[in-house]
Design a protein around this ligand. Structure first.
Ligand code: SDX
Length: 428
């Protein structure tokens, strides 16, 4: 296959090199474009056709519905792996040995205390504050209490920052939830596994022993794995571009949390539940909401449907849909919302508007049903997405920094006023 592309513009022909990845994806390398064409640039709103980097972390094929972390299929990892094992794989590139995993977990545990002054920051928030705003603020505040984690260049300093954020982030997640519930902000238990400890920190009542529920542990382990990375999505691209200025890891993650919060991105899992609740309140009238979703004059979108890359089923949605049935069954929970979701899915999958636009359920469509069955409040759903995505953000940030990639600074095409003289109306 030719390894060059020919561009003809302004009566001149230019050869641009092409680049082929390990899964035979082909890219035109335009890094010399402005130089060889004396200033011509490209435009691609939303970067629908533009690659920002090469990466060895996650591969997804939107047409075939394939998702792999470092070459391992999401189906296998979700079924057989432990979340911390997947975190290690995403960050360092290989599955850990037992010894390496034990050391990784021990190093994380040694960093799982958050400076008590952070409580003063969380105390300043009203109970009504959205936990994603609290989490983003507290994550950025971690920089103030861990200054050595700011501009890390050496792999050793980077490792220390990585285990620090993996140790402290679950505490901040639990505190964000308990703050809203008016519960004391405490710590988990270093004798527990990573996921067990998250559940205990979130759900332990001050006057009761916390008893682990294996159904919840397995469900959360699977959900965190399914959310762990997704190549150059909006929030990961944010983490990479903020990190490219050599802002620290915590500041870059804080920016990623803010990007994930949006209802078009991670915030969709909360929006899906609110939409399904509205449909239920409306007597389960799914046809009315399908019509709203197709009405261009109506801003309403069928939340949890559609994807920038997947033009087939999101493989994660398939797994989560099966898991939703299993978890509700194991917990003995009847949730009419699940039936409404399945009905909506069936209608959308046979509707020309959705078929023509290749709109399928995405990762956010069913996940909220499981979170709700687990007793997690709806405003915490996107926080749970962030907890899962943390190792992916870390791995992508680390890859960008180790490769010493340049600062991210896109170009533009100016369409505003051309030069005009200034005439002050203030001074005569
Ligand atoms: C995540 O990128 C990632 O990898 C993200 C993620 C990850 O793991 O990081 O997978 C997580 O963010 C999943 C997506 C969650 N968001 C939602 O569920 C919100 C609802 N979905 C949409 O807003 C939309 O589908 C996006 C944002 C997900 C994708 O938008 P695109 O790729 O920019 O597509 P588009 O907005 O240009 O839509 C193309 C057409 C348009 O119609 P036409 O103008 O062609 O007539 O499809 C329509 C859109 O109006 N459309 C929808 C729709 N999604 C797209 N119409 C109704 N309901 C929808 N949900």
């Amino acid at each position: 296959m030719s390894n060059k592309a020919i561009l003809e513009i302004n009566g001149e022909k230019h050869e641009l090199p092409t680049f082929t990845g390990s899964e035979n994806e082909v890219a035109i390398d335009i890094s010399s474009l402005r130089a060889v064409t004396k200033g011509v640039t490209t435009i691609d709103p939303g970067f629908k056709n533009t690659g920002s980097c090469v990466s060895e972390i996650t591969f997804l094929d939107g047409e075939k519905g394939i998702l792999r972390y470092r070459g391992y299929s999401i189906e296998e990892l979700a079924e057989k792996a432990d979340f911390l094992e997947v975190a290690y794989l995403l960050i360092f590139g290989e599955l850990p040995t037992k010894e390496a995993l034990d050391k990784f977990h021990a190093d994380i545990k040694s960093e799982s205390i958050v400076d008590d002054d952070i409580r003063k920051i969380i105390d300043a928030f009203p109970k009504s504050a959205h936990p994603m705003g609290v989490l983003s603020s507290l994550t950025s505040a971690l920089t103030a209490f861990n200054p050595s984690s700011v501009n890390v260049d050496s792999e050793k300093d980077m490792y220390n920052s990585v285990v620090r954020i993996l140790g402290k982030f679950p505490v901040l997640v639990a505190w964000a939830m308990r703050k809203k519930q008016g519960l004391p902000l405490d710590y988990g238990d270093n004798s527990l596994g990573y996921v067990e400890n998250v559940l205990k920190m979130m759900f332990k009542q001050p006057n009761e022993e916390y008893v682990q529920n294996e159904v919840l542990v397995n469900a959360l382990n699977k959900l965190l794995i399914l959310h762990a990375d997704h190549e150059q999505n909006c929030s990961t691209s944010t983490v990479r571009i903020v990190g490219s200025s050599h802002a620290g890891l915590f500041a870059s993650i804080s920016a990623g949390i803010s990007a994930l919060w949006g209802p078009l991105h991670g915030g969709a899992n909360q929006a899906v539940l609110e939409m399904l609740e509205a449909i239920k309140e409306d007597g389960g009238d799914t046809k009315k909401y399908m019509a709203k979703a197709k009405d261009k004059s109506d801003p309403f979108r069928l939340m949890g449907f559609g994807h920038r890359v997947y033009k087939n089923f999101d493989p994660r949605a398939k797994i989560i849909k099966v898991t939703a049935d299993e978890v509700l069954n194991d917990l003995g929970v009847e949730d009419p919302i699940l039936d409404i979701a399945k009905g909506l899915e069936q209608e959308a999958l046979t509707d020309a508007y959705f078929i023509d636009r290749k709109l399928y359920p995405n990762v956010d469509f069913y996940s909220g049903i499981i979170y709700r069955a687990m007793g997690i409040p709806v405003e915490m759903f996107t926080v749970m997405f962030a907890l899962g995505r943390l190792p992916g953000w870390i791995g992508q940030w680390r890859e960008m920094r180790l490769r010493k990639e340049p600062i991210g600074r896109p170009r533009q095409i100016y369409t505003g006023s051309t030069l005009r003289p200034f005439k002050s109306v203030a001074k005569k």
